[in-house]
Design a protein around this ligand. Structure first.
Ligand SMILES: [Zn+2]
Length: 118
């Protein structure tokens, strides 16, 4: 198993940035797709179907917007050398968590706390 000795490890950061940038491109493409919606006919049935698709896309768009924002924030953090620091407790975020989830802005403990509050 690969061990990350130091969070400021330059190679690790470069990899994370690369992954985030790739992800950002993919997310923005997806976001553009949700803006388009297929044309349905004009019968009541088809209109209802169209409304459903538009609503679904709006929900998706909101989600994507948030993820895009988080991804951009993570890239900024790498550039400012603040990457891997928990937004809540200012402690280090677990390297394993960052690897699995590069946009993570909280450590496992804080993320769990926040999740439980909801
Ligand atoms: Zn924390």
């Amino acid at each position: 198993m690969e061990v990350i000795k130091n969070l400021t490890d330059a190679l690790f950061l470069r990899k994370q940035k690369h992954a985030l940038e790739k992800e950002l491109v993919r997310l923005e493409e997806q976001y553009c797709l949700t803006k388009e919606h297929p044309e349905y006919g004009s019968s009541d049935d088809e209109n209802a179907q169209e409304v459903e698709v538009i609503q679904e896309n709006l929900g998706l768009q909101r989600n994507l917007k948030n993820i895009i924002k988080d991804t951009k924030a993570a890239i900024k953090k790498i550039e400012k050398e603040k990457y891997g620091i928990c937004d809540i407790c200012r402690g280090p975020i677990e390297p394993g968590r960052l690897k699995a989830f590069p946009v993570a802005s909280m450590c496992v403990t804080c993320a769990n706390k926040k999740f439980r509050k909801r």
